[in-house]
Design a protein. Structure first.
Length: 127
């Protein structure tokens, strides 16, 4: 059946919406895979070039292959990057765990927080 010959129907609308959704998801995955690939320091430039060639020549298969073979590492690298960004922000802003624990101690002495809240917040800071 040719959807174009039918004109504007609900089925054509749903097919268009589905096609746009799939394209957006694929494009998002392409950007995610490429950014992860260029952030990596554990593989050589040649390996990166091979992955990029695979992504250009076989985009759907390349993305799926990268997700299958490197999927676990993507999550780990994202966690490491977030931790690094958090540490860098703390260094620039001047945040220190000792200062925050001192503030919590003052709040506890003032009666603003309970002992249980103090212990929970302190454990969170020390992590």
């Amino acid at each position: 059946m040719f959807y174009v010959q039918e004109g504007f129907t609900y089925r054509n609308f749903l097919m268009d919406v589905l096609a746009i959704f799939v394209f957006i998801v694929w494009f998002w995955l392409l950007i995610s895979v490429a950014s992860d690939l260029f952030r990596r320091h554990d593989i050589s430039g040649w390996t990166k070039a091979i992955w990029i060639i695979a992504l250009i020549l076989f985009p759907y298969i390349g993305i799926l292959a990268y997700l299958i073979f490197q999927g676990r590492g993507i999550a780990e690298r994202n966690v490491q990057q977030a931790q690094h960004a958090r540490d860098e922000l703390r260094r620039v802003v001047g945040f220190s765990t000792a200062d925050e624990i001192e503030k919590l101690d003052r709040l506890k002495k003032a009666g603003s927080i309970s002992d249980a809240e103090f212990a929970r917040l302190r454990a969170r800071l020390v992590q």
